[in-house]
Design a protein around this ligand. Sequence first.
Ligand code: GLU
Length: 295
Amino acid sequence: MSVPKIVTRFAPSPTGLLHLGHAHAALFAWHAAQAAGGRFLLRIEDIDIGRCRPEYETALMEDLFWLGLSWPEPVRRQSAHLADYRAALDELNGQGLLYPCFCTRRDIADEIARSGAAPHLTPMGPDGPVYPGICRNLNADERARRIAAGEAYALRLEVAKASALAGPLHWHDRARGMIAATPEIFGDVVLARKDIATSYHLSVTVDDALQGVTLVTRGEDLFAATHLHRLLQALLALPTPQYHHHRLIADEAGRRLAKRDDARSLRSLKEAGHSAGEVRSIAGYPDQGDGESPA
Ligand code: GLU
């Protein structure tokens, strides 16, 4: 039996310039593939149409190339694959696991306030307050009426029902070992947003499967997301990759770097005269001279 090669990916959103944290994430994925004679992919996560810019996509490719990375073409751009996410939603809908949610942020905040829960008792999920379920029990007539009236709606996953259907789930994290999935922490998460008929969670899970990614490497900040992605894999009968959630690069004050920290962008480091090798080293990957480092 042939052992499948490792396939990793770096999946940035073109919403700003790449910084050292991205360099660390990209090099982490690149090295994980290289160490196993595998493949490294680049994927552009551009479903957030309001925030993504083509010039940032061009810039991030230039920066990664300058760092010494390369990837097979064509690069997958999520915005070009909405039909794949639609098919996954249809599958989940067919299983009776989705419902339309007409709520605004304001409706949700008001409902949480009305329910009388003290703010510190409001259940928080990894993406924010857990949805209080306002639209979960609307009857079919009311749903149809509101949709026909043109009210915007998102699609939420009925997570308790979905978890019960999927049964106990696990995934293997290279840093932490076997993890039992607890997707309920998200509550009824949005899988298709009002403005674009998909979401980060759905797109990333579908794409990793369609692209044959066998090892998902990403920052610790996305560790919790894997609980939900594991559930989606089970519901959609997709393979489960291995995971490796890595450390985040912080600034001198211990704060996580953000795209707005232009001073630490790869571009400004380059303009300040740093070589690609120096930047790789600052990002945690000093060249070894063993042929494993990017050129
Ligand atoms: N697009 C996500 C980001 O820029 C990363 C997604 C992932 O690695 O799962 O943070």
